[in-house]
Write a protein that binds this ligand. Sequence first.
Ligand code: CO
Length: 134
Amino acid sequence: MIGRLNHIAIAVPDLDVAVRQYRDTLGADVSEPMDLPHQGVTVVFVNLPNTKIELLLPLGENSTISKFLEKNPAGGMHHICYEVEDIIAARDKLKAEGARVLGSGEPTTGAHGKPVLFLHPKDFSGTLVEIEQV
Ligand code: CO
């Protein structure tokens, strides 16, 4: 059901430091920071030949990234995103398999303007999973 790896998201406590690591040390193509108030993050896209890395900094009150950084002060992998063709069909199959869909269960608009859902990390070996309809 899942297709390509769309991105891996990394929560970072300092976006400037993370940008220097990816742009200067690793030599990657790094975007300008973008504020996404609805997602509660400022994001920088690291464009790799086969996928993207998203560097996430909390934005505003009650960002889910803030809670993650309290537990992981140095930052860390926050979630992994897989592409699906039909997010409603994917959601219904996942629920039928017993996987827990976070939030209301209805897709929201993700960082790329596409419908996304998040799946409970306890159902996927401790990894928060995002699915995105492409
Ligand atoms: Co994501």
